[in-house]
Design a binder for this molecule. Structure first.
Ligand code: SF4
Ligand code: SF4
Length: 211
């Protein structure tokens, strides 16, 4: 009797184990048919969306030291260092800095700057070993922004960033579903076509006899 019970229990446990293994594997097989959502960073990078709020770019020559950016900043972060020039009766900008270790990238300063000397770039790789290095002065802020699409060392991936119009979840999409937005190759082709058309127009206007 005891032996039969042991065999019955063993069979029950084996069935249970097989069920759990099946459940686990079903998740694995389900994921095998899904599109990957990870990229091989830093060899592959997603192209940030158009209104991405990355590192701020600053144009020193355009700044009038009005300090609007300081007043609209939730933490009064930008440091605008100026002196009053008696001869011209204008503020003379000496130094400008933003500490990206504190900035929350809200974009208020960019939005309200009256001379548009601030803009948000698509740069997001700001990691440093020393947090004080994140305090960018006007020289660092004036550096031209880095673009993923212009770096030959990385493969820019636009496809993963945008889902087809109206789709919220990426997992149930077929592997070859067409995403919204253009692939880098398509952007390049369109730009080349545009350049060719402009060149043709210029040649045609040159060839026209002058009246
Ligand atoms: S709002 Fe613009 S112009 Fe005014 S101080 Fe700030 S950066 Fe300069
Ligand atoms: S992005 Fe926002 S937090 Fe950062 S400096 Fe501008 S206003 Fe301040």
């Amino acid at each position: 009797m005891g032996f039969l019970k042991q065999v019955g229990d063993y069979a029950k446990e084996s069935l249970q184990a097989a069920k759990y293994i099946g459940q686990g594997l079903s998740v694995t097989f389900d994921h095998m048919s899904r599109r990957p959502v990870t990229v091989q960073y830093p060899y592959e990078k997603l192209i940030p969306s158009e209104r991405f709020r990355g590192r701020i770019h600053f144009e020193f020559d355009k700044c009038i030291a009005c300090e609007v950016c300081v007043r609209v900043c939730p933490i009064n972060l930008p440091v605008v260092d100026w002196e009053f020039d008696k001869a011209t009766k204008k503020k003379d900008l000496k130094h400008y800095s933003i500490d990206f270790g504190v900035c929350i990238f809200c974009g208020n300063c960019v939005e309200y700057c009256p001379t548009n000397c601030l803009s948000m770039t698509e740069e997001y790789e700001l990691a440093v070993y020393e947090r004080h290095e994140l305090n960018y002065d006007n020289v660092a802020l004036g550096r031209l922004p880095y673009k993923v699409t212009q770096d030959p060392m990385v493969t820019p991936l636009r496809e993963l960033a945008y889902l087809p119009k109206g789709v919220m979840g990426p997992h149930d999409l077929p592997v070859n579903a067409r995403r919204a937005g253009q692939m880098p190759q398509e952007i390049l082709e369109a730009a080349q076509k545009e350049a060719k058309a402009a060149e043709g127009e210029a040649q045609a206007s040159e060839a026209k006899p002058k009246e």
